[in-house]
Design a protein around this ligand. Sequence first.
Ligand code: SAH
Ligand code: SF4
Length: 381
Amino acid sequence: MTDLYRLLPPEMDELMATLGQPRYRADQILHALYREFPESLDALRQLPLALRTKLASDGYVLGAASEVRRVTSDDGNTTKLLLRMADGTLIESVLMQYPEAGGHPRSTVCVSTQAGCAMGCVFCATGQMGFERNLKAEEVLAQVIHVARMLRARGEHVTNVVFMGMGEPLANYAETIRAVRLLVDPRGFGLGQRHITISTVGLVHAIDRLAGEDLQVGLAISLHAPDDELRQRLVPTAGPTSVGDLVSAARRYFLATRRRVTFEYALIDGVSDSVETARRLAGLLRGSGTHVNLIPVNPTAGGFGRPSRHRVLEFERVLREGGVNCTVRVEKGSEISAACGQLRTDEANDAITEMELMRVPVAPMRGRRQSLPSPIPSQTR
Ligand code: SAH
Ligand code: SF4
């Protein structure tokens, strides 16, 4: 079975040539796929019946996601979707909308690239559920198309895509890049490259490889610490990659693409939010031309808390005064567990989230990673 959404436009040209179809046929199909978002081959009414029948008998299908659940935040700006892939795998995607004066809202889809994640970052709900499988490019596309269909019903459209949902995009490199190419191709989804951001836990070889693609997508690197000791406790798979290696990789990415790199930094109460830590972070990043996005950590089962507003602003001030460009990420969707690091799809999801919010220890789940890493000792304030 091949999903037509998997095919890059030149591959669609090739398929139509192989089937003896006229040259315009590929454009006709691509136009339908990316402007009308049909749900089945049968809906491609502009194609001759014989071609639709031939495609179906050759194993071509359309679309991989069906919606299982939809939860919208109180302000209506964040919607979390639980989607089922064709083989039954469950993943989550999030739509974040930002009202814009006098126009359509900015509508960003946060897509998953894996079911679960093997990286095990200690404060991340996806990391704690373990790894299930990589998603195919067409399954990433299916998330965007699903939201595009939803938005079209209200006269809106997808304006941005961020690879910040479940999973590590660069650990699923080929499928992630194929998904990006499908999204940016003018004969495909047609999104501007600058409207796409890939977030990575920091796989240096893959960052260099990405810098060598003829792409100009935004890159965010999840740094989380100014030194290797703290980073290795928060990101157990950091291995021999040092924070210095990440700063160098960001520099190379910038030189190759002219896109400024963002470092994401999860602020964890008593762990990574002290003034001293901010000073060290400023020392690491000063002059690197990067931007820091501070993310007050969202509650998950790891038992990590969010710093007070005062401490967040203090951290930001020290970074700024230390010569580092930074912003605090605006919180979206935390009450529906759609915020950063809160995506997980096990059956116990909702109950667990409620317990997490109340900071009640969570019983281990069957069939999942059984023990959470031991708590990190608090730093002195
Ligand atoms: N695997 C990639 C992309 C998905 S995670 C990565 O790690 O970058 C997207 C972002 O959410 C990352 O910066 C991640 O560190 C952050 N994140 C994970 N858990 C979080 C939590 N509980 N609170 C705030 N941010 C979190
Ligand atoms: Fe995976 Fe990113 Fe979560 Fe780390 S933060 S476990 S890399 S999804």
